[in-house]
Each structure stands twice: as structure tokens, then as C-alpha cells.
Design a protein around this ligand. Structure first.
Ligand SMILES: C[S@@+](CC[C@H](N)C(=O)[O-])C[C@H]1O[C@@H](n2cnc3c(N)ncnc32)[C@H](O)[C@@H]1O
Length: 253
């Protein structure tokens, strides 16, 4: 089945990852949510790029002067607006916007956040105020590496340069200062194989999906024999183990 990044995310707009039963152990002590909380005060104007249905924005952002959540998926933004109404929170809005064609005001935001989405550091730089902060969290090439090795495919599997390094260099080249790249390591344990399967169906972990080639890619069915092999080799009393490799980046304009 062929798909592209836009259709893929539109199809996910009414689906919640809360349905998957897993636990996680963070092995590194940098935390994206804590970084946001530390960076927000009552006067902050913040922009969250690739916000999806806004659940994380609504959960992680403290109250402040203004929060705008954007996503290129109309369905996601529609769901985000419903979630906002349910939350009853103020000073928050959502709008459709492509991260690669940002139309926000120049020198306007104190904080831009982007979690697991594509970014253009040059455009982010323009929309930040002087001394404004950028906080990014991304999925790295080595994420779920043993699983991808077994299937011989997956997100970023064939990338020559890991996306963490591409983002890091692009952020420096855009003119940011105090740029820090932090490798993140988390171990997840899925309660049942159905939980792990649901994750693999609902994410591009095993797809030839890359931010470098987002236009069109093939979604292959998950080979049952390989899936069963992974489950039997990675099951412990804690659940089925999956090693996640993310990265965090902080920078200042
Ligand atoms: C993996 S989800 C992450 C959602 C949310 N930030 C989170 O951490 O849960 C990626 C989101 O980025 C959005 N996205 C991908 N490419 C985009 C682009 N070029 N412009 C705007 N949004 C984009 C997708 O629609 C999707 O909602």
C-alpha cells in the first residue's frame, strides 16, 4: 500500500496511543516536558509545531500569555480544537500550517517546540524573538534498531546521516547559539504482543519512512514469522522489550 506523510497523519487523527499498554524506563535524564515547563512563564508566547491533535500541548504546557499549536493535517487540527474545548483552557489556539511554509509573524514567539515532526530551523529562527528558545525532540536512526535489523527495513534505516545530526547542523547553520544535542535512551516494555503490534501498525517504525524522503513510501504488511521471532527473543517478566533512541535539541536565537 502506497502512502505519503500527509495522508498517513490524516488517517491517524482520531486515534490515541493511550490504547497501547506499555511501561517505559528512561535511561537518560533529559526530559522534553520538563524543558518546556522550565522555559515558560506567564508572559511567554509559544508555538508548538506538528502538534497533531494537541494532546501533548494541552498536557505539557503550563498556562501562559499565548500558545499556538499548528499542524499541516486539517483533521488533526479539527480534533485539536475539540480537545481544546473539552480542556476548558484559555490563551490557546490551533491552526493548519505546514512547518516548511510557516506563516507566523517574525520576531514574535519566545518559545518554539517541535516533538517528533519535521522542522525548518531557518523559518523557526525568523519567528522567534531575540533570545527566544527552541526545544526539539526527535526519533533517531537507531530507534528500535534490533527490530529494524531483523526486518531489514524501517524509519530512517537507510539514512546516510541520522536525522538528529541533520537537525543539529541545520539549527547551528540557521544562526542559533548555545545549541545542544542530547541523545535519549528509553526502554519500553509492551504488555502483550497485541500491544506491540498495534504500535507497529500505527507508527512508521517499520516503514521506509524518512524525513528526507517524505513524499511517497510503501507500507508493507508486518511479516508474522519475523514479528513472532522478535517477540520470543525479547520477552521478559516486564513485557516485550523495545529499545527507543530519541534525541533532544535546545537552542537560543
Ligand atoms: C509523530 S506526530 C507527533 C505529534 C506530536 N508533536 C507529539 O509529539 O505527539 C507528527 C505530527 O507532525 C505533523 N507533520 C508532519 N509533517 C508536517 C509538516 N510538514 N508540517 C506540519 N505538520 C507536519 C503530522 O501531521 C503529525 O501530526
Amino acid at each position: 500500500m502506497k502512502t505519503n506523510g500527509y495522508d498517513y497523519y490524516n488517517d491517524l487523527a482520531n486515534w490515541s496511543f493511550d490504547d497501547i499498554n506499555y511501561t517505559e524506563e528512561e535511561k537518560t535524564n533529559w526530559n522534553y516536558e520538563d524543558e518546556i515547563k522550565k522555559s515558560v512563564n506567564e508572559n511567554t508566547r509559544a508555538l508548538d509545531l506538528g502538534t497533531a491533535a494537541g494532546e501533548k500541548l494541552l498536557k505539557n504546557y503550563p498556562d501562559c500569555a499565548e500558545i499556538l499549536g499548528t499542524d499541516f493535517s486539517e483533521q488533526m487540527i479539527e480534533t485539536a480544537k475539540k480537545n481544546l474545548l473539552i480542556s476548558g483552557r484559555n490563551n490557546i489556539s490551533f491552526k493548519v500550517m505546514n512547518n516548511l511554509k510557516m506563516d507566523t509573524q517574525d520576531n514574535y514567539f519566545d518559545l518554539v517546540t517541535a516533538r517528533h515532526t519535521i522542522i525548518d530551523p531557518v523559518q523557526i529562527y525568523k519567528t522567534l524573538k531575540e533570545d527566544g528558545k527552541l526545544i526539539v525532540r526527535g526519533v533517531d536512526k537507531l530507534d528500535c534498531w534490533s527490530l529494524k535489523r531483523l526486518f531489514n527495513r524501517g524509519q530512517g534505516y537507510h539514512d546516510v546521516k541520522p536525522i538528529s545530526l541533520i537537525d543539529y547542523e541545520n539549527i547551528i547553520d540557521a544562526g542559533f547559539k548555545e545549541v545542544e544535542l542530547i541523545p535519549l535512551h528509553t526502554i519500553e516494555y509492551y504488555k502483550t504482543k497485541e500491544d506491540l503490534y498495534a504500535l507497529l501498525i500505527k507508527t512508521p517504525i517499520l516503514d521506509e519512512f524518512s524525513e528526507e524522503a517524505f513524499e511517497e513510501y510503501e507500507r508493507k504488511p508486518i511479516e508474522n514469522d519475523l514479528f513472532e521471532k522478535y517477540v520470543s527473543e525479547n520477552t521478559s517478566e516486564k513485557g516485550i522489550k523495545l529499545i527507543r533512541r530519541y534525541y533532544g535539541i535546545t537552542a537560543k536565537k
